[in-house]
Design a protein around this ligand. Structure first.
Ligand code: SF4
Length: 437
């Protein structure tokens, strides 16, 4: 049968989608399109209200498909886990629902659906077989993703992840290293390690620490670039900081969510650090690895956020000068501690704060891109530009997009590119010695 997986949410979900696709292919199913699919799976996210609304509106449309063609419909991921059996009341037409720790049962759920048997599976007993699935290399190119841990023990007051992804569980380092070796043999050169709280990998376990795992991967021939998401500031250890600028493959970039610059709001968020502790870690990273690119997540309009708290966020942003920020208005999530907090920020105030923050960040990003003019950067060529067949597009080690003229034979290669111009979202470059550039 042909299948389609519609995905919402983060890179972990993206990777889970690849894993499910691989399991289905192993069971004789084939990837298809919405036009010819016999099975449609929706892999869900409930981190923000908007993602949840989008999911339910998609399910409304898919209900028609089922009526018309008898398509098998399944829901996986965080909304499945959050709703558990209740999802069948809200969406009585679906065939199965699997939480993130149970996606290894996807082929069984499809098989059951063909016999009109409904499948549901949620939770885990601390050992999730889904964490161990090694997906086929279904993405084109030389970039690969490896899940090294799942879950979170932090319980930030606004976040549903600990409720829907469970407690932290790390994969054995030997298994991770074997997977990366296999990827290198297949020609993958750029590896991203994934986990909800990636730098608490193996906390308390008798196995390699996170910095030791990075060193192990660094020694694998063929790997040129190594990154990881997402990090928690409180788990950025001196040993991890020491890896930057030292390990050959570790890219000079880190995504380090700060969420707020106000200590009062950080305490309400249960983040486990103060703004000065955060800034101390940033300073140490910049000292060890000058030019390191920092990106972050930030929430505005958290319950109780006063103007002075927001100003503290703006100040932190000015001090760090991030290369980019993913910023959002606080959205109350069921089961979380923050949902019970008083002091809701009026939507108009939250929107105004968000747009001020985003405007300032756009200017900082532009400055940072312009500061690269006249430098030379290593670029991993990702493909031919969508806008022009004569142009190639790729990324620097700091994750910046570079467009430049070049031969399509350079796709998936690492090349040195001179940076000519910095724009708001990308850089214009030229191969050295390009005539008339
Ligand atoms: S660290 Fe906080 S924000 Fe990140 S997944 Fe865990 S609870 Fe959510």
């Amino acid at each position: 049968m042909r299948f389609v997986i519609e995905n919402f949410g983060c890179q972990m979900n993206d990777h889970d989608m690849e894993k499910m696709g691989s399991v289905l292919i192993d069971h004789g199913h084939l990837p298809g399109s919405m036009d010819d699919a016999d099975i449609v799976i929706v892999n869900t996210c409930c981190i923000r209200e908007k993602a949840e609304q989008k999911f339910y509106s998609l399910m409304g449309r898919l209900q028609h498909l089922r009526r018309k063609k008898g398509t098998i419909l399944g829901v996986t991921g965080c909304i499945a886990e959050q709703e558990k059996e209740n999802i069948f009341e809200r969406l009585p037409f679906i065939d199965f629902s699997l939480g993130p720790s149970n996606i290894h049962r996807i082929a069984e759920a499809v098989e059951n659906a063909t016999g009109q048997v409904r499948t549901s599976a949620f939770g885990d007993d601390g050992r999730s077989p889904s964490l161990l699935i090694r997906p086929h290399n279904t993405r084109k190119g030389v970039k690969g993703y490896v899940t090294i841990m799942k879950g979170c023990n932090n319980f930030c007051s606004y976040c549903v992840v600990p409720y829907v992804r469970g407690r932290e569980e790390s994969r054995k380092s030997g298994d991770v290293l074997a997977e990366v070796r296999e990827m290198a043999e297949r020609g993958i050169v750029d590896v991203t390690l994934l986990g909800q709280n990636v730098n608490s990998y193996n906390n308390g376990n008798d196995d390699l620490s996170f910095p030791e795992l990075l060193s192990g991967i660094d020694a694998i021939p063929g790997i040129s670039r190594l990154r990881f998401v997402t990090s928690h500031p409180k788990d950025i250890s001196p040993e991890l900081i020491a890896c930057f600028g030292t390990l050959r493959t570790l890219c000079e970039s880190i995504h380090l969510p700060f969420q707020s610059g106000s200590d009062r709001i950080l305490a309400l968020m249960n983040r486990g650090y103060t703004s000065s502790e955060y800034l101390g870690k940033v300073e140490a990273l910049k000292d060890k690895c000058p030019g390191i690119s920092l990106t972050a997540d930030c929430i505005v309009g958290f319950p109780g956020e006063e103007d002075s708290d927001f100003e503290a966020t703006m100040e932190l942003m000015e001090t760090v000068r991030f290369d980019g920020i993913f910023s959002f208005i606080y959205s109350a999530r069921r089961s979380t501690a923050a949902a019970a907090l008083t002091g809701r920020v009026p939507p108009s105030v939250a929107h105004e704060r968000l747009s001020r923050l985003q405007k300032r960040q756009r200017a900082i990003t532009l400055d940072s891109n312009r500061a690269m003019e006249g430098t030379r950067a290593e670029v991993l060529v990702e493909g031919v530009s969508k806008n022009s067949p004569d142009e190639l597009t790729g990324r620097t080690r700091t994750g910046k997009i570079v467009n430049f003229r070049g031969d399509p034979g350079l796709v998936y290669k690492l090349v040195e590119v001179d940076i000519i111009k910095g724009y708001a979202n990308s850089l214009r470059g030229a191969l050295p010695d390009t005539p008339g550039r």
